[in-house]
Design a protein around this ligand. Structure first.
Ligand SMILES: N[C@@H](CCC(=O)N[C@@H](CS)C(=O)NCC(=O)O)C(=O)O
Length: 208
């Protein structure tokens, strides 16, 4: 049985979605936000971050993109990602890596701005730069989605769920929806998806 360490409104959103889409039972542990983390949690998540997935063999894995890829590999019938030999596989890997290495860190710089400056008055500038960088990244994704129904291939994959999770964290979601119509097309579809609605009820990623 899997065990997912998560928190409402966190990157655990996409992992919960993956496990649900794969019909994989899991225990859920909500990890409180604290500056005094439990040493047992630090042993599996040295940066004190969620999500963390403990696998049935007892080992644990951090990094949302890696967890998505692993779950897609372990549950091939769920169609969480294009198969390893499918034409859309390269796009899946590309965009998942882009989102986790460009967009997610920019979002973190906004919400944890104090970590990115030694200047007590510097957080405003860090936040401004973080928004500019996330906007640059979302614009790249939006341009790539022109004329597309899904981020990769011709069906829902974890790349769509990951993208929607990230854009929902944009500090100005209304501006995001207006600025990136191709992302908004996918997001508006997923806002009607029964599983996303269910997850949103606990994660409150966007207004119901
Ligand atoms: N690179 C990690 C980032 C995970 C991350 O930053 N998680 C946030 C919640 S969305 C967190 O736990 N932050 C707490 C902290 O950094 O103190 C991933 O992709 O999973």
């Amino acid at each position: 049985m899997y065990k997912l360490y998560t928190r409402p409104g966190s990157g655990g959103f996409v992992i919960e979605a993956a496990l649900a889409l794969a019909n994989a039972p899991f225990d859920q542990v909500d990890v409180p936000k604290t500056d005094r983390p439990d040493p047992a949690f630090l042993a599996i998540s040295p940066l004190n971050q969620v999500p963390v997935l403990t696998l049935p063999d007892g080992s644990s894995i951090t990094e949302s993109a890696a967890i998505c890829i692993l779950l897609a590999e372990r549950h091939p019938d769920a169609g969480l990602a294009p198969a390893a030999d499918a034409p859309a596989r390269a796009d899946f890997l590309r965009w998942l890596a882009f989102m986790s290495s460009v967009l997610y860190p920019a979002i973190l710089r906004f919400y944890y701005a104090h970590r990115y400056t030694a200047d007590a008055d510097g957080t405003k500038a860090v936040k401004q730069a973080a928004v500019a960088e996330m906007d640059r990244g979302f614009a790249v994704v939006d341009a790539a989605l022109e004329g597309r129904d899904w981020v990769v291939g011709d069906r829902l994959s974890l790349a769509d769920v990951y993208l929607v999770m990230l854009v929902a964290w944009h500090p100005d979601p209304a501006q995001a929806r207006a600025a990136w119509p191709n992302i908004e097309r996918i997001w508006s579809g997923l806002r009607q998806h029964p599983l996303m609605k269910k997850l949103n009820a606990s994660h409150e990623m966007w207004p119901a």
